[in-house]
Design a protein around this ligand. Sequence first.
Ligand SMILES: [Fe+2]
Length: 477
Amino acid sequence: MRALESQKFPSFRSFRRSKKSKGSIDVLQIHKVDGLSDPTDIHRQAPISLSKTAMLETPIVHVQSIVPAALAEFQALDLASELVLLDINSLLIAKIPEAMYSGYAYVEWYVSNAKQSAAYFQHSLGFKPVAYKGLETGSRDVCSHVVRNGDAIFVFTSALRSSAPEGSEDKETVDAIHSHITKHGDGVKDVAYYVNDAQTLFTISTEAGARVIEPPHTVQDEYGSAVIARISVFGDTVHSLVQLQDYAGPFLPGYKPPKAQQATIFDDLSPIELIRIDHCVQNQGWDKMVESCSKYSRMLGFHKFWLVDEKDVSTEFSALKSIVMASPDEVIKMPVNEPAVGKCKSQIEEFIEFYDGPGIQHVAILTDDIIATVGAMKLRGCEFISVPDAYFDNLRERLATSSTEILESMDELQRLGVLVDFDENGYLLQLFTQPLSDRPTLFLEIIQRHNHNGFGAGNFKALFETIEQEQRKRGTL
Ligand SMILES: [Fe+2]
């Protein structure tokens, strides 16, 4: 029996409208079943998904293509209150104006002690303080320390009290900080994008189902003004849509220059020069990856940029699947991961357990000299994953039969444990830090690109073997 081409399915919207039924299933996710010969095979091939998700009342069935009779059988089951087609190759992509996005604006952490978190990024990653708000600037309930290296900007935000007084404009923020930290530990709250029309993008995304956190509003001070809106696409993570207008201050309206200049000892340390945020990665739970991608597609106009599955990203013990979503002009790339079945717990599952839900797993920062950057970060005390020498033995063998030439010293890369992924056109160099907190959750990646737009799929297997060594030490494998 011939499988349907994905484009022969009804479109997302028409399909959604066409199905009216009374069951409790909210989402039917249609993926691929290879070699499907009988509609009822679906039930045999996806019994775990059916039974597991049925308990959650949002069942997802993993079938990437489906024969008409099988589709009819699903419809006959009358399970879905809204039957939604989620085919990663034919996502409904929101039409948004050309060049809406111009890159990552900043990443904001909610942390217990913003002052010390900002200091860590100065000590270990060569960031410099650029802006501040707190008691001294008139912010009575919340403080934020903003640090910057190149165009990579991180904001660390803490509450100044257990709850803000009635009438405080930051009352909801104070409560949100406490609940975020209680649930997730220190973690990323906001992945902010620079946009050229915050109102339009807010309208498109919220009409498509994005949660409203803050409607578009103008903020201004003596340095100028900006329009900012905030939405949420998944979990407790939000996206600020930042439209700078005539602003020429240290960060955003409402912020002042930092309280104190950096200590002069930093001038004596090896410099670390970063360029910008390259990508931010989100981890989703079981069966949630395509659902999250489809939200980014229809709410924010993102499209599929790259995909790997468990065949590429698995080791004997743990596995994951990953889809990289990108903004229309591809200035923003957001990989979305979910666990895949392995002998032991997937590192994605470990994240979900300790973070207590989906969230940002790592932020990758671009450099044009990874040897100098990683070397200086190690001298400054930053901890990276350890890469076994066997990885480099294998790498040298693979490079020997490749036309790709690595310009950097292989001995230096091995000394620092920098990973190399390559194809016939170019290569990338990358290395991952240890988790930044005691919870094994958020970490950083340092990445250098030489005509290579990938994310390190060739390194995944080698990388995860090393991550599993660390998991084994923590007893969470
Ligand atoms: Fe990455």
